[in-house]
Design a protein around this ligand. Sequence first.
Ligand code: BG6
Ligand code: MG
Length: 213
Amino acid sequence: MLKYKGILFDLDGVICSTDEYHYLAWKALADRLGIPFDRERNNLLRGVSRMQSLEIVLQKADKTYTEEQKAAFAEEKNALYRQYLSQMSPRDLDEDVKNTLRTLRDEGIKLAIGSSSKNTPFILERIGLDRFFDAVADGNCITHSKPHPEVFLKAAEMLLLDPHDCLVVEDARAGVQSALAGGFDCAAIGDAKDDPRAAYHLTRLSDLLRCVR
Ligand code: BG6
Ligand code: MG
């Protein structure tokens, strides 16, 4: 007997290590502007939109910037980020992730992506998963990014499933909050692993197989 009919995966930091590329691209921008930025600060950007991430980076700046400058900074960061993404291939899909996704699908569970990223279609194509998921809800189809539950509610709706029948998998504290606000159970991994609000704490994605059975 399976506990969930659907699983909604965050993308960056859960399905692939693109969270590292986000960090490197923000770090390059922050260094160029002389703004202090480290991995701890980067954890605050997990799950939140590009512009909100920029605002968090700029909180440590000693001057203010115009909206036009901010738009240019976001564009600069995204261009660098996409350079990293363009070098990705299906080889960047971790074996543990690949096997877990296949096993879950073979067990008849519906699988979806729920990500704040507007680069989701590009990333899925790079890692060879562009036709794998039953639904993809991403930064291109939402008004509010995490911790708002919109992206996961949309993904569940695309799967024609009730939130109570779905499990969210997240590496962001904002994402865990988003799952709970939407009425979903949450499995936390990576930076969010020890978040007490999560129902399950995963060391690797395959630990999920024990949570759904
Ligand atoms: C989320 C990341 O998945 O996507 C955030 O965790 C990022 O760090 C957000 O800011 C938006 O990403 P993008 O690719 O649209 O800039
Ligand atoms: Mg993430």
